[in-house]
Design a protein around this ligand. Structure first.
Ligand SMILES: CC(=O)SCCNC(=O)CCNC(=O)[C@H](O)C(C)(C)COP(=O)(O)OP(=O)(O)OC[C@H]1O[C@@H](n2cnc3c(N)ncnc32)[C@H](O)[C@@H]1OP(=O)(O)O
Length: 390
């Protein structure tokens, strides 16, 4: 680089999303990946000024998540006070991070691994096999000191991967964590923080029953990048959902601030659950579909009303129901009543039609991503399975 370009501020500015390099380490080596967000640590502009070829290395043992931190750079401006290390250490567990000394870090995690155990059998809520490996989902909480330690180490990934995430209050005993582990090598592939909130169902219900009704909320949900797109997200989500279906105190399942990827995962899995139940054949051939029917089904599946309505519409589209278009338009009309009521009829119809087509496109994409078997095929597959197993 010549001297003139060396004086330009941009020569000394790097994106913090590029500078931060995350890795998971095991006996085979390291898997490196980048964060999606670093603004909670390095500021809204996600730019770091004052360094050349800056690398902020943050590595985790893939079993214990024992963290290692190091900073490398080619040059640093003399009067720069941007302390990239202090900022990162602030969001990592105090006194737990090994800085610079790689050998000390490897020794430390190898020693920890000797006594590292998965949560007890009583915490197991689901299991599955993926690519020949066994995985178990556990329901745990932060009163368990091993879980607390692991969670303190891994919670930085919520900042790196989920927009507007912040740390949960670990002293609040209401938090329950669902963690998914590979039982062969004890690696955690992902986890979710959840909370059950008391739901007020109105004075009549409050007075008539002693039973508490709760909303199960999925707060933070993540699969670590090296393990993404292999179905672990779907397994974890279904494990949580099935756990709450069994829990008679849970009235419905909600999600805090889902992003597009989570919405897609949720839609695909909720739709499969509904479809497999055979509901597609039971949708009343009426227009509009009665609110009572929607409420009965919604509560049986513990889905939020808005989510259930969308899934119902997807099923109407999937089964080529003549009621699909009018059911969607009815919902759109009611939702946007204040905006639409003053428009003249042609403009109103035009707006509704545009919104309808965009929703149909969205549903087509979701349905195309799911290889749902037609219900008749599903039924006959079930029958032949039963005959074979006799
Ligand atoms: C409430 C909240 O916290 S919102 C924030 C959600 N979290 C984040 O965004 C954090 C970063 N991202 C993640 O953690 C993950 O990517 C998640 C949670 C969004 C998804 O988890 P994943 O394990 O990747 O999901 P899953 O594998 O089940 O499905 C994702 C994709 O893999 C595909 N897939 C599923 N199973 C397999 C398989 N066996 N082989 C290959 N691909 C598969 C799916 O079709 C899907 O495809 P798409 O990406 O085109 O939609």
């Amino acid at each position: 680089m010549d001297e003139a370009s060396d004086l330009r501020p941009e020569s000394w500015t790097v994106s913090s999303n590029t500078a931060v390099r995350l890795s998971f380490v095991d006996e085979e080596g390291a898997v490196q990946f980048s964060p999606t967000f670093t603004y909670p640590i390095y500021g809204d502009s996600e730019q770091i000024f004052g360094y050349k070829d800056l690398q902020i290395l943050l590595a985790f043992d893939s079993v214990t998540f024992k963290p290692f931190f190091n900073v490398k750079y080619e040059a640093k401006l003399a009067d720069i006070d941007e302390d990239v290390q202090t900022k990162a250490l602030k969001v990592l567990p105090e006194g737990d991070v090994v800085v610079k000394d790689e050998i000390a870090w490897v020794d430390a995690f190898n020693k920890e691994r000797e006594s590292f155990d998965l949560p007890g059998e009583d915490k197991k809520i689901a299991s599955y096999n993926r690519e020949g490996q066994d995985f178990v989902v556990y329901r745990v909480d932060l009163r368990d000191k091993n879980v607390r330690k692991l969670h303190r180490r891994m919670q930085i990934f919520t900042l790196f991967l989920i927009e507007s995430a912040s740390y949960i209050d670990e002293h609040d005993e209401g938090w329950e964590l669902y963690m998914s582990f590979n039982t062969g090598n004890k690696k955690c592939v992902g986890y979710s923080t959840t909370y059950k909130y008391w739901k007020y169902m109105g004075a009549e219900s409050f007075d008539s029953t002693e039973k508490t009704v709760q909303t199960g909320k999925i707060s933070q949900f993540l699969i670590f990048p090296p393990y993404q797109s292999k179905g672990h997200g779907s397994e974890l989500y279904n494990a949580i959902f099935n756990d709450w279906i069994k829990d008679t105190s849970v009235f419905e399942v909600t999600v805090e601030d889902p992003n597009e990827e989570f919405d897609s995962l949720r839609d695909r899995n909720d739709l499969k659950r509904l479809y497999v139940s055979g509901i597609a054949n039971k949708i009343p051939q009426e227009l509009p579909i009665s609110d009572e029917w929607i409420e009965t089904q919604r509560s049986a599946f513990k889905l939020e009303k808005r989510q259930f309505q969308r899934l119902l519409e997807m099923l109407l589209l999937y089964t080529s129901s003549p009621n699909f278009r009018l059911q969607v338009k009815k919902r759109l009309y009611e939702k946007n009543f204040d905006l639409l009521v003053d428009l003249d009829a042609p403009t109103r119809n035009d707006k509704l039609q545009t919104a309808f087509l965009s929703i149909k496109d969205e549903y087509d994409t979701i349905l195309a991503s799911l290889k749902l078997k037609r219900q008749e095929e599903f039924d006959s597959a079930q029958v032949s399975k039963k005959i074979k197993s006799k």
